[in-house]
Design a protein around this ligand. Structure first.
Ligand code: HEM
Length: 438
């Protein structure tokens, strides 16, 4: 086929492993510029840097490429059963009944009050540690969306699950069989959450009141697959409840920082948000759709700062990528960060320009590459919900306050890239806008 065997390695002046550890984003950007579509980080580890190869790998996931085992595996089931492909497909279909864009639009009144409350309760006139506040608000919104009236019973347990995941991510990656304290803590939190959720499921089934929330959708039998086993519901909600707050918190951090750095864009968001009903419980899908500029701001921030800036895959079949041969077992890291900053895809890629997303009104899919939620069979199930909560948090905050970075002397945040792209330790200060709603 005339394929070169391997993609180019990092050029010497870009730096080796040490440079990668010090400045992953810088190395990724320079390597994409100097090596082209696909480059080699080290033996057996390729990086897909531009739109074409990134999209190819993501779309071919589950047949040519597999995902890597996550750090957050479900606990073993009491009956020893393991999910097969049919159960996974059924679980996905059941979750998507509550997470597809139309379903999210219909339940936007469940999401909106928490976003307004987040903004109302912002402590003005002093520096605020932003990420923990956002995380608390998003966790409460997620719990309400997934468990509705049962959220109060589960939210504390969900917070401990999120903490357990943090501990796992921060701990040294020992082989899976080593019972580290982080793993024991996780197992304990998984068991506590599962026990309470089992009680909630049993009560809903025995009363026949399954609920209109995400859990209710999962409890309804499907015409294609029948009833999803309780163990499958518990496994998937143990992961999903953490996902409702974890990545959206990082994204919200970048968005709020962007509002502080781009006051003109913040003013435009504020003026658009002025049309929202004052009672957030009455906000509808149509009100959300009308926030076109705010949605464009969210998309533009996700383009520039995709929290999942590297997505890991492993080749399971011999295949080919951008003319290079990929042997089974090769790790391929898909890099939305560099794909999003390719001038052929987005003119002036380093410039924050929300208007670029307005050229194509009403369409959720634009011609330019947009990978913050991944693509293909393992893409984000919660993208519509994330867009709804991030857009409303942005609108509700900007309509009430001007945000500022603290005057110094230190920076407002540290950019961290291990695991995810995070404005770690972000601190911002809010001053009320004149005539802002209370
Ligand atoms: C800004 C917010 C979010 C971003 C940027 C994001 C990003 C992503 C990405 C990139 C993936 C795929 C990872 C990969 O391909 O390896 C993913 C998977 C997933 N996300 Fe999200 N996510 C967000 C919010 C959410 C929310 C709110 C939920 C839940 C309601 C959610 C649920 C999930 C689930 C269940 C998966 C796994 C899908 C699978 O493995 O098949 N995410 N997310």
């Amino acid at each position: 086929m005339g394929q070169e065997r391997q993609p180019p390695r990092l050029p010497g002046d870009v730096g080796g492993a040490a440079a990668w550890r010090r400045d992953r984003l810088g190395v990724a950007v320079r390597a994409a510029r100097e090596c082209g579509e696909v480059w080699q980080l080290r033996r057996g580890v390729y990086v897909a840097a531009t739109a074409g190869p990134c999209e190819t790998v993501l779309r071919r996931t589950t047949y040519e490429y597999g995902t890597l085992p996550g750090t957050f595996r479900p606990a073993p089931r009491p009956d020893g059963s393991r999910p097969g492909p049919q159960e996974r497909a059924h679980g996905h279909a059941a979750r998507m009944r509550a997470l597809r864009p139309k379903a999210v639009a219909e339940r936007i009144g469940v999401i909106a009050p928490g976003t307004a409350q987040f903004a109302q309760e912002w402590p003005v006139g002093r520096d605020v540690d932003v990420l923990p506040r956002v995380q608390g608000a998003l966790a409460a919104i997620g719990a309400r969306y997934v468990f509705d009236a049962d959220a109060d019973a589960l939210i504390g347990l969900a917070a401990r699950l999120a903490e357990a995941r943090e501990r796992i991510i921060r701990s040294f990656p020992l082989p899976g069989w080593v019972p580290t304290s982080a793993r024991r803590f996780l197992a304990c939190q998984q068991a506590g959450f599962a026990e309470e959720l089992r009680r909630v499921i049993a009560r809903r089934r025995s009363t026949g009141r399954l609920g209109d929330d995400l859990l209710g959708q999962m409890l309804r039998p499907s015409s294609q697959y029948g009833q999803l086993p309780d163990a499958a519901i518990i496994d998937s909600l143990t992961g999903l409840i953490v996902a409702t707050a974890e990545t959206p918190t990082r994204a919200a951090g970048w968005i709020l920082l962007t509002l502080a750095r781009h006051p003109r864009a913040a003013d435009r968001v504020a003026s658009e948000a002025g049309a929202l009903p004052t009672d957030p419980r009455t906000i509808t899908g149509a009100d959300f759709d009308a926030l076109r500029y705010t949605q464009a701001v969210v998309r533009e921030v996700l383009r520039l700062h995709p929290p999942n800036w590297l997505l890991a895959r492993r080749a399971v079949e011999p295949t080919e990528l951008a003319g290079y041969r990929v042997a089974p077992g090769t790790t391929v890291l898909v890099c939305p960060y560099t794909a999003h900053r390719d001038a052929r895809e987005h003119p002036d890629p380093e410039v924050f320009r929300p208007e670029r997303w307005l050229a194509d009104p009403g369409s959720p899919v634009t011609p330019s590459v947009f990978l913050p939620f991944s693509l293909g069979p393992r893409s984000c199930e919660g993208s519509a919900m994330a867009m709804a909560e991030l857009t409303l948090i942005t609108a509700e905050t900007a309509r009430r306050y001007h945000l500022h970075e603290p005057p110094g002397p230190g920076p407002s945040h540290q950019v961290t890239t291990d695991g995810a792209l995070v404005p770690a330790g972000l601190r911002l200060r809010a001053t009320p806008r004149p005539n802002a709603p209370s």
